[in-house]
Design a protein around this ligand. Structure first.
Ligand SMILES: [Cu+2]
Length: 126
């Protein structure tokens, strides 16, 4: 059956990517992929940021992720920050707390080993 084949192909594709959630961000010639192996949940989420500059992995950078939600009626502004740990190959792992459903702004702060600073912006919706 064609539909079964497509389903299996999609399943294999999702397994090979391994990410249940992924977003991208860019600024100047820097590109970031932010992903989670598990679907995002209310609470703590482990995120992997993979950084490239002109398609080469950015190694030995200092990376921090800030997740925040502006104040809403009946809810103060919320913020969570996570310093990321180097995984090699331009990947950095961190954990942020997303303590309510909705759309969180994600800012990725990168300081390269040359001391250049970049901020990349994306978002995460739970
Ligand atoms: Cu909120």
């Amino acid at each position: 059956m064609k539909s079964k084949f497509i389903l299996v192909a999609m399943l294999l594709a999702s397994l090979s990517f391994g990410a249940a959630w992924e977003q991208s961000a860019s600024v100047q010639n820097i590109k970031a992929a932010v992903s989670s192996n598990k679907p995002l949940v209310v609470g703590r989420n482990e995120l992997v940021v993979t950084l490239k500059q002109q398609n080469k992995p950015i190694e030995n950078a200092v990376v921090e992720v800030k997740a925040f939600m502006p104040a809403m009626p009946g809810m103060p502004a919320m913020e969570s920050r996570g310093k990321a740990v180097r995984q090699g190959h331009g990947s950095y792992k961190t954990t942020v707390s997303l303590d309510m459903r909705g759309t969180w702004q994600l800012h990725i702060f990168v300081t390269t080993k040359e001391g250049k600073k970049y901020r990349l912006k994306t978002s995460a919706t739970i």
